[in-house]
Design a protein around this ligand. Structure first.
Ligand code: MN
Length: 231
């Protein structure tokens, strides 16, 4: 028998109610999905189609954690986001099958090395250094879509050290969760274990060591993150 040279890490898993866990296999993230955030970044939302980048599943950090200020950046940003969790295999979905494939929702922080992302944008390079790095996907437990109800009226907010920085509503999303699943499933065979970070509203900004981030979306568990010093 061929042996593996080392053990692979287990997939991270998020609490999903009733003592169950939702294992995370892939993380898709939507760029620019709120018009006001796109404007603050000096760009416009592309209303022809959403676009995506990815984070490794191993970048998941549970809400409530204290993490180190990451290496290689001097402009480390929070992005408060609605996260959806796929609960069924879906490929080339229509609106109805897309909606049915959404198992549930949680809160997420798409932590970003904004200076490295900006360099990548300026040089027309991929965003990985700015977006896909260790401990960059902070995520709460999940709540079933049926319990959350229709996405739209919920407030989405984030504070740093008690001061509100982001404050919007999910009705401000340019592309709805079902529209995103419909679109993304043209390019990927989506399956249980796929998380989709749906983009952030306006008000992103930098945090520093010892800052405390809190955020919430009506009907979902609040998210929290504490920043320690750089390693
Ligand atoms: Mn984001």
């Amino acid at each position: 028998m061929t042996k593996r040279l080392f053990d692979s890490p287990a997939y991270p898993a998020l609490p999903a109610g009733d003592g169950a866990l939702y294992p995370v296999h892939r993380i898709f993230c939507v760029g620019r999905n709120y018009a006001e955030h796109a404007a603050e970044m000096g760009v416009e939302v592309d209303r022809e189609a959403p676009f995506y980048f990815m984070k490794d599943a191993q970048s998941v950090v549970p809400s409530g954690a204290t993490i180190s200020y990451p290496p290689g950046t001097e402009n480390y940003h929070y992005e408060m986001e609605l996260v959806m969790a796929i609960g069924a295999k879906v490929f080339r979905a229509n609106r109805e099958t897309a909606q049915a494939a959404i198992w549930g929702y949680g809160c997420g922080l798409d932590m970003t090395r904004r200076d490295l992302q900006q360099v990548a944008k300026d040089k027309r390079r991929p965003w990985d250094l700015g977006k896909n790095f260790e401990q960059s996907a902070v995520t709460t437990g999940l709540r079933a879509a049926a319990e959350v109800g229709a996405i739209g009226p919920q407030r989405i907010w984030l504070s740093v050290n008690g001061e509100t920085r982001q404050d919007a509503h999910l009705s401000d999303l340019v592309w709805s969760p079902a529209e995103l699943v419909e679109h993304l499933s043209r390019y990927y065979h989506l399956a249980p274990g796929d998380l989709i970070f749906t983009g952030t509203p306006a008000g992103v900004g930098a945090v520093k060591a010892s800052d405390t981030i809190r955020g919430g979306i009506d009907g979902l568990a609040e998210i929290a993150l504490k920043l320690g010093p750089a390693e």
